[in-house]
Design a protein around this ligand. Structure first.
Ligand code: AMP
Length: 460
């Protein structure tokens, strides 16, 4: 039996105390199974999904091995997307609070290179980034890996889906042969096994049970006829009325079209797909996370790495041809002990996909009739919040407290009606409760933030 207390690990008292201060009481299954081997320096091939605690597993491994007095890059984490890289850096930083002077740097594409060069001159201990940009820095010799001890590939399957195979192999060619390599992947296609064989040394193989407990995720399938997909989706939204849901499509064009159709029917839906510019993508994620949009329509690649709490429903507008991806999709709901809802529509011609899912999860699926759905005409699903976008951000020294202050000082707006505030380099977003949106917009547009006037608009 594996023990689940962090204290069973040979970690420094500081790191243990910090883990405790983060209220990580016991290890998650992936941590309990992988950390003893990681701390011993073994290579690891692990199947684990977002939400399993995999980031902390490798972050603790990195920090355990790190020599803070040695100013060289000792660990490199490759991630498929900027969002994931940022989340990973955040988790490593949180865990590194116990170790003074650790320098963790995120290097992602879509960001100017100048500031990255300046940060690299300070010889970060840990670098987290996306393969394209990391390779660019290696080729320019601005990132040096001669002192690398640990390499982590996070969500390796997605990096392959996104066409990073070649970049990853070129990066690995530049790393020292004497290193520890941890490979995390949600699915295990042959290509992953191939990469593992090529770059790892006798890895321990861990597969954390990725099937979800049916008592926590209620999964229902609906058989539809040709041409009924969209009407059934609307019926599902009307019947279940999820406060927040992610709707999965297999193709990116479909995301945008479907979002438009849902808008016309009175739903606040936003599309998230690979054709969005980074700024648009940030905006969509902000609106969804701060509850000013209730439906996110996404492809698998675009939804990767999203760490959205309290997702009430996942809806498969189209079934994935891969049952592992299906299980991964629906695993986004029902986190942290809340019951989740996973709804899927399929046509008789797709029965093979449904069978594959049943076989994979070793349990038959429940199929309900669409006629059991209670629909209502003129039904609208309005999110509780509205997002205001301010034309100034970190570079203008705008902080969350300044925005909150501008909204509540000398006004009768109570702070509790103001939601999440997100600050980016040149923009800031503040969520406010829907009924006060007009008033909040007026206050911010007519007043000042930190003594300066900014342009403010309400996002649709
Ligand atoms: P991940 O799978 O790495 O995306 O982690 C999912 C979430 O679980 C993150 O918000 C972590 O901060 C949190 N977490 C990681 N390890 C633990 C733990 N042992 N106990 C409680 N929460 C954890």
């Amino acid at each position: 039996m594996t023990t689940t207390a962090f204290s069973s690990l040979a970690l420094t008292p500081e790191l243990l105390a910090n883990i405790q201060s983060l209220e990580y009481e016991v290890m998650t299954p992936i941590q309990a199974q992988s950390l003893p081997a990681i701390l011993k320096g073994k290579d690891l091939l692990a199947q684990a999904k977002t939400g399993s605690g995999k980031t902390a597993a490798f972050a603790i491994g990195i920090l355990h091995k790190l020599e803070p007095q040695t100013y060289r890059t000792q660990a490199l984490v490759l991630c498929p997307t900027r969002e994931l890289a940022e989340q990973v850096s955040k988790e490593i930083r949180r865990l590194a609070r116990a170790i003074p002077n650790t320098n963790i740097l995120t290097l992602c594409g879509g960001k100017p290179i100048g500031p990255q060069l300046a940060s690299l001159e300070r010889n970060p201990h840990v670098v987290v980034g996306t393969p394209g940009r990391i390779l660019k820095h290696l080729q320019k010799d601005t990132l040096k890996l001669a002192g690398l001890k640990m390499l982590v590939l996070d969500e390796a399957d997605r990096m392959l889906d996104m066409g990073f195979h070649e970049d990853i192999m070129r990066i690995i060619d530049i790393t020292p042969r004497q290193r520890q390599t941890l490979l995390f992947s949600a699915t295990y296609p042959d290509e992953i096994k191939g990469i593992s064989d090529a770059i790892q040394n006798d890895p321990i193989d861990i597969r954390v049970q990725s099937l979800h407990d049916n008592t926590i995720i209620k999964q229902v399938f609906y058989e539809i006829q040709k041409g009924e997909r969209t009407t059934t989706l609307v019926a599902l939204l009307q019947h279940y009325r999820p406060e927040s849901s992610v709707v999965f499509c297999n193709r990116k064009q479909q995301c945008q079209e479907l979002a438009e159709t849902l808008w016309q029917q009175g739903f606040h839906a936003l599309a998230l797909h690979g054709d969005l510019e980074q700024k648009e993508r940030d905006q969509v994620l902000v609106q969804f996370a701060n509850k000013s949009s209730s439906i996110l329509i996404a492809t698998d690649v675009a939804a990767r790495g999203l760490d959205i709490k309290d997702l009430q429903a996942v809806i498969n507008f189209e079934l994935s041809p891969d049952p592992q991806i299906h299980i991964h999709r629906i695993g986004r709901t029902g986190r942290a002990g809340n019951e989740g809802l996973a709804l899927s529509v399929f046509m008789a011609s797709e029965a093979a996909k449904v069978n594959a899912i049943e076989e994979y999860q070793k349990c038959p699926v429940r199929i309900d009739k669409t006629t059991s759905l209670k629909t209502r005409d003129n039904f609208r699903l309005s999110p509780p919040m509205v997002t205001l976008c301010i034309n100034g951000g970190r570079k203008n020294k705008v902080r969350a407290g300044d925005i909150l202050g501008a909204l509540t000082a000398n006004t009768n707006l109570p702070g509790k009606q103001i939601g999440k505030i997100d600050i980016f380099d040149n923009l800031a977003y503040v969520a406010v409760e829907r009924p006060i949106a007009k008033q909040a917009l007026k206050i911010l547009s007519e007043g000042k933030i930190k003594g300066r006037k900014f342009r403010v608009r309400k996002l649709r």
